[in-house]
Structures are given as C-alpha cells and as structure tokens.
Design a protein around this ligand. Structure first.
Ligand code: NAI
Length: 288
C-alpha cells in the first residue's frame, strides 16, 4: 500500500488530493496549516466524489473507498513513509524552499518531493533539500480532476530515475505528461500562457474592448474553453500576480505585472475564490 502526501489543501491541493485518492490504493495524506481549510477541502472532495457517482463514473462503494483513503491533518510528521509528496502551497519561493528543507528532514531518502509551482525554478526550490536529485516539478492544471496534463520539470540535479518514476506516477493518475528539459522560469505552458494573459490585460487597460468581449473573442476565435479573464478568475488573481512577478524578475518588461491586476488584488478582488474578480460571482452576473 502506497502512501502519497499532498501539502497545501487550497484550490490545487484539493483537486490533486481527489485525483490521488481516486487512482492510488493506499493512504493520501493531506496537510495544511489550518483546520478550517482542511475541513473545506474535505467537503470539496466529498462533493467531487458524489458528483462522480451521480454521473455514473463510479459506484457509491468505490467513491466511499476513495474518501476512506484520505487523511486530512495539520501534523506534517504524518507524511513520514510517503513514497511521493506533492507540494501545493502558495507561489512564494522562500516558503517553498523552507518547506522542502523541512520535508527532507521528515521523509525517507527514497521519497520523491514534487512541487506544483506554476513557474518558480525547481533548482532553487531543491537547493535546501537533502536529496535534490529526488526533487522535481509536477505542474498540474486547474481543475486538477479534469485537466489531462501534468508538466514535469527537471531541476538541475533531478535524476533520471526520479523523472521516470514521476512519469509513471502521473500515468497512474490518468494524466498525460510532458517533460520540461530546462528549468527556465514559467516552464513551457506558464511562459506561453502568461504572454497571452499579459496581452489581454493590455487590451483591457487600453480600452480596446470589454473583458466580456475579449473573453468571447478568444473563446470563439481560438476555440478555447474560456477567455483570459474567465481563466484568471478561476486561477485566482493573487496567484496570477505572483506568477507575473516571478516571470518579470527574469524575463523583464514583457511580463511586467499590469497595474490593473495589482489594484484588483489590493482590493481583494481575487476571482471566484473571493466572490468577484473580472466578473461578479456572488450575484452570478457578468461584467468587468
Ligand atoms: P491556494 O492559496 O488556493 O492554496 C494554498 C494552500 O497552502 C492554502 O490552503 C494554505 O493554507 C496552504 N499553506 C500555506 N502555507 C503552508 C504550509 N507551510 N504548510 C502547509 N500548507 C500551507 O493556492 P493554489 O491556487 O492551490 O496554488 C498552489 C500552488 O499551485 C501555487 O504554487 C500555484 O502557483 C500553483 N498552481 C495554481 C494553479 C491555479 O489555477 N490556482 C494552477 C497550477 C498551479
């Protein structure tokens, strides 16, 4: 029986925990710093399991088994014995570095430590880990239970064995993976995706069109499931801003965070998670 750990039970950690509990027999340990957040995460996973039963994707008995595999805890030492740990704490390099150093102290030498960072350098996250050859990037996409891709990122010291084991693990989760060979910030998908988001923000700031029309244009012109502002609201504007800040430090002007985005984050308009962002979710009405 394999034990898998998830650290951080917000938007991404919760989705990843559901996928792991559904696909991997064994214990899924979900760690956060706050009991209330863990409780919310547990309820979300229960909702996802109930929906899978409603849709005929699983029997009641199977969904019950998934839920029994989950152990929500604030005690990080419960991660002891895990074969694989996925970190999904906020996009903050110092926080992630600290955590990987601490995780190295708890975990066995064989444990693979993976970060779900959207674009921070895996090599820097791994720097304080006792075994940097076992540190790797596993960038899942939102919503994790639905999105097929995991972007696997090789850090400078990541071993070939770690990459192969991670690819195998991702396919057991039912995911497709791509390998980012060089640990450049933003990897492949975030670097390209944020270029697109930056241009959409410039269009809005310059008054070229409304958020609604820019979104509709991108959806229909490119066959994207959602437009750039709908996507940023889903991801969380605080997370989007942090990613822009880290890309800007490395690549310069083209990723300079938009003043509008900064203002919205300062005003607490973080997207779906706060009830409003580019759109207003509390009133279920659209309009920037
Ligand atoms: P979030 O803010 O929803 O969740 C982060 C969670 O980490 C919170 O529940 C917080 O209490 C917890 N946390 C903070 N410090 C902790 C610690 N020391 N130990 C344990 N838990 C701690 O953030 P979200 O959106 O889930 O993002 C997490 C990571 O995933 C970030 O690196 C982000 O860039 C990345 N990501 C986010 C995507 C998105 O659409 N939001 C998509 C793909 C990657």
């Amino acid at each position: 029986m394999e034990k898998v750990g998830i650290i951080g039970s917000g938007l991404m950690g919760t989705g990843i925990a559901f996928v792991v509990a559904r696909q991997i027999e064994g214990e899924t340990v979900v760690v956060d710093v706050d009991e209330k957040i863990l409780e919310k995460s547990r309820r979300t996973v229960e909702g996802l399991a109930a929906r899978a039963v409603e849709k005929g994707q699983a029997t009641q008995e199977e969904a019950g088994k998934w839920l029994k595999r989950l152990n929500h805890t604030t005690d990080r030492s419960d991660l002891k014995g895990a074969a694989f740990i996925i970190e999904a704490v906020p996009e903050d390099l110092a926080l992630k570095c600290r955590l990987f150093t601490e995780l190295s102290e708890i975990c066995a030498q064989e444990t693979i430590l993976a970060s779900n960072t959207s674009g921070l350098p895996i090599t820097q996250i791994a720097a304080g880990a006792r075994h940097p050859e076992r540190v790797i990037g596993t960038h899942f996409f939102n919503p994790a239970p639905v999105m097929k891709l995991v972007e696997i990122v090789r850090g400078y010291a990541t071993s070939e064995t770690t990459i192969q084991k991670t690819r195998g693990f991702c396919s057991r989760l039912g995911k497709e993976s791509i390998l980012v060979e060089k640990d450049y910030p933003g990897f492949i998908t975030t670097r390209i995706g944020n270029g697109y988001l930056a241009e959409a923000l410039r269009c809005l700031e310059e008054g070229v069109g409304s958020a609604g029309d820019i979104d509709k244009g991108c959806r229909l012109a490119y066959n994207y499931p959602m437009g750039p502002f709908e996507l940023m609201d889903l991801v969380g504007l605080d997370t989007v801003l942090r990613v822009f800040e880290s890309l800007h430090q490395v690549y310069g002007e083209r990723f300079r965070p938009s003043p509008l985005l900064r203002q919205m984050v300062s005003a607490g308009r973080l997207g779906r998670k706060s009830g409003s962002g580019f759109y207003n979710y509390a009133k279920k009405e659209k309009g920037a």
